[in-house]
Design a binder for this molecule. Structure first.
Ligand code: PLP
Length: 385
């Protein structure tokens, strides 16, 4: 199998599973218990937290373990907006993940917030001038993702954070797709909150982390025993926290794999363009001088007149696993909201196929994929005519 759907999910790294195993079996203590079994679990949790804090360049008490990206986005956006009532205005873009869009929607429906949706270019770019223009005296929060999960557009988060802070607003970034690929240190990005999901970087589904700057007030979503510094109640999932820390330590050891994969991605995009003239690359162009910049491991195309799902099934028959649009909308076959937001027509937005690579993806994997895609497009085209 050639698995090119890593933006949907990744396999659990064997080392992460190995690290988690004792905390699921013999070392099953509750970290809040005062007996020895509990104390050992508390130490494991604290070590995992310190490892994540080192990776993100923040303090351990700014790291909250969550059940994944969706929870992290909800907690950061709703928790910060409700607890820091500078006003009831949020700035964001319609290319964000559903977890962000739905959190904002809840603030609008339940708490009377207003939203300024930033204009988005055909490549998924938002401009600093538009961010500046959208900021108001009552803006509480700006939330923009670091890298888009469908078209790979990277936002200049450090510069946007500066703008948000210049008017006193907070800045959150959904870094779920960036984790392991881009610099996610909060010191570099200058954000007040940042979301990560474990299953995109070799940890289990249902694991995740949200960074929230230490001094900030957060309205918790889960109320209870006050775990995770009163920010996220519930008995901590020690095993998944340990697995998360193990997965990121493995990523840190990969060194130059990111640039290698980015070079493969560029060669792949060029080969697809040559082999399939009707393929249209979504998101940033290949021109290195142009902005915005593209995620190293995401390339997505539309194929005018063809159905993305049909292409996906053709590829699957050849044991090549990809996705059409985003797999995060619970199996939805609606046109991608991201492609609609960048101005594509619904029929074109329905014909998208996303290839997302891993650190292990090889040149040979991609050579076979281009050949299979060309033949899939040819066979679907002949059926359509
Ligand atoms: N944010 C982005 C950008 C994503 O791509 C995803 C999942 O695909 C999520 C949030 C949700 O993460 P999780 O599946 O861990 O809830």
């Amino acid at each position: 199998m050639i698995y090119l759907d890593n933006a949907a999910t990744t396999p659990v790294h064997p080392e992460a599973l190995k690290a988690a195993w004792p905390w699921l079996t013999s070392e099953f203590g509750n970290p809040s218990s005062t007996h020895e079994l509990g104390r050992r679990a508390a130490v494991a949790l604290s070590d995992a937290r310190s490892a994540v804090a080192t990776w993100l360049d923040c303090r351990p008490n700014e790291v909250v373990f969550t059940s994944g990206g969706t929870e992290g986005d909800n907690l950061a956006i709703m928790g910060l907006a409700l607890a820091n009532p500078r006003g009831r205005h949020i700035v964001s873009a319609r290319t964000e993940h559903e977890a962000v869009l739905a959190s904002i929607d809840a603030l609008v429906r339940l708490h009377n917030f207003a939203v300024s949706w930033l204009p988005v270019s055909p490549t998924g770019e938002v401009t600093l001038a538009d961010v500046s223009a959208a900021l108001r005296p009552d803006t509480t929060l700006v939330t923009l993702m670091l890298a888009n999960n469908e078209i790979g557009t990277i936002h200049p988060i450090a510069a946007i954070s500066e703008l948000a802070h210049s008017v006193g607003a907070l800045m959150h970034t959904d870094a779920v797709q960036a984790g392991g690929w881009l610099d996610t240190r909060v010191s570099t990005l200058g954000v007040d909150a940042l979301t990560l999901s474990g299953h995109k970087l070799g940890a289990p589904k249902g694991s995740g982390v949200v960074y929230i700057r230490g001094s900030l007030a957060v309205e918790a979503i889960l109320h209870g025993g006050g775990q995770e510094f009163e920010r996220r109640s519930g008995t901590e999932n020690v095993a998944w926290a340990v697995a998360f820390a193990s997965a990121i330590s493995h990523l840190a050891s990969l060194g130059q794999e990111g640039p290698r994969v980015a070079a493969l991605r560029d060669a792949f995009i060029e080969s697809v363009a040559l082999a399939i003239p009707r393929a249209h690359l979504t998101g940033p162009t290949l021109d290195p001088a142009s902005t915005p910049v593209r995620h190293p491991a995401i390339a997505s195309f539309t194929f005018a007149g063809l159905n993305g799902e049909t292409l996906l099934l053709e590829l699957e028959q050849k044991d090549i696993i990809v996705s059409s649009g985003s797999a995060c909308a619970a199996g939805s076959t609606d046109p991608s909201h991201v492609l609609l937001a960048v101005g594509m027509e619904p029929d074109v937005a329905q014909a998208s196929v996303r290839f997302s690579f891993s650190h292990n993806t090889t040149q040979e994997d991609l050579r076979q994929t281009v050949a299979a895609l060309a033949s899939a497009v040819a066979s679907v085209t002949s059926l359509a005519n």
